[in-house]
Design a protein around this ligand. Structure first.
Ligand code: AHR
Length: 332
């Protein structure tokens, strides 16, 4: 059962940024305030293992989390960003366990490899909430997950491509997200299913690691290999890589959005502006404002309440006209 909370968290997200200074940016290995708060007082000490700072989406997600896990809301947040390094992220979680935090929140960089450390948290009696990305580990190793439906995002993007190009022979390249990550895996699966049976041909697909620089350099390689005339469509797994691809296409003397069309996922401000400007053709939203819902889950789990195992955000999709209408009120 999907739980819908978009309007609630959008409002909360707007109020949140002003409170973000209350979070402590501490390394989990360093001596922090966890000991003082973790002993059963009113304050809930939470270790949050973020992926890194790879994209505009990630910045919005971090802001939302820091705002929701504020001192005003009864939290002492220990924040760690792993710079997209899976081993460092697992080490950060072990640090939180050693510190004896009350709960751990993880945005897992990749799906695999979590069984051991999640088992260690369980043995230590520390509940784990996943936010944003999912893991392949058994679901009794974490209390709950909140995030977006990545496969549905890929399907929606693929349906747009199938409707726009399906009957015409179309050469497509893909800018993949981080290899092994849930959004890269699921968006690819949803998109591929949606374009099956059309005349869209995937001629190449490489990871740009969800970064603008990564998207730019992968697209430069595709343009060198196939030429401007050999590519009709780019599917970028996020807006940042699409924005990098725009730079590469323009540097090659072509017009993004016309000579080479682009469909991407996220709906961050810069991506939406590029859609309004006609440089991206379609964007499927991935809502990053997950903080309020994650904080609520942590409080419920610590209180011993029953919670939904999975909570999905609601995502919209935008063509140029819809982006023009939405941009002035965009929260991220
Ligand atoms: O996990 C969500 C994805 O991670 C976003 O689409 C991307 O921008 C971010 O890096």
């Amino acid at each position: 059962m999907k739980k819908r909370f978009l309007s609630t968290i959008a409002i909360a997200g707007a109020a949140a940024v002003a409170l973000s200074a209350c979070s402590s940016d501490a390394d989990p290995g360093a001596s922090g305030s966890a000991g003082a708060a973790g002993g059963g007082g009113d304050v809930i000490t939470v270790g949050f293992a973020q992926t890194g700072s790879e994209s505009g989406w990630r910045s919005a997600n971090t802001d939302s989390m820091k705002a929701a896990f504020s001192a005003e809301n009864g939290f002492d947040l220990i924040f760690n960003a792993a710079d997209n390094d899976t081993a460092a992220q697992i080490q950060a979680v072990r640090g939180f366990i050693n510190q004896g935090v009350d709960a751990i929140v993880i945005a897992p960089i990749v799906e695999d490899g979590w069984d051991d450390v999640l088992g260690e948290a369980k043995d230590a009696g520390i509940p784990v909430i996943l936010e944003d990305r999912t893991v392949s580990a058994a679901d009794d190793l974490y209390a709950a997950w909140v995030g977006d439906d990545f496969k549905a995002e890929g399907t929606t993007a693929g349906e747009w491509a199938a409707t726009t190009f399906g009957d015409t022979a179309t050469k497509m390249v893909v800018l993949e997200g981080t290899t092994g990550s849930a959004p890269a895996n699921d968006r690819a699966a949803g998109f591929d299913e949606a374009i099956a049976g059309t005349k869209i041909e995937k001629i190449d697909s490489l990871t740009g690691d969800f970064t603008r620089d990564g998207g730019k350099s992968v697209m430069e390689g595709f343009l060198q290999k196939y030429g401007v005339d050999g590519i009709d469509l780019v599917f970028a797994h996020n807006d940042d890589m699409a924005l990098g691809a725009i730079e590469a296409i323009e540097a090659a003397g072509a017009t993004p959005g016309k000579d080479i069309q682009i469909v991407s996922i996220d709906g961050v401000h810069d991506g939406m502006q590029a859609l309004v400007d006609g440089k991206i053709n379609y964007i499927v939203e991935c809502n990053p404002l997950l903080g309020e819902q994650a904080a609520s889950l942590v409080k419920s789990v610590i209180a011993g309440d029953t919670v939904e195992k999975q909570t999905f955000a609601v995502d919209e999709a935008f063509d140029q006209a819809a982006a023009e209408a939405a941009l002035p009120d965009r929260k991220y």
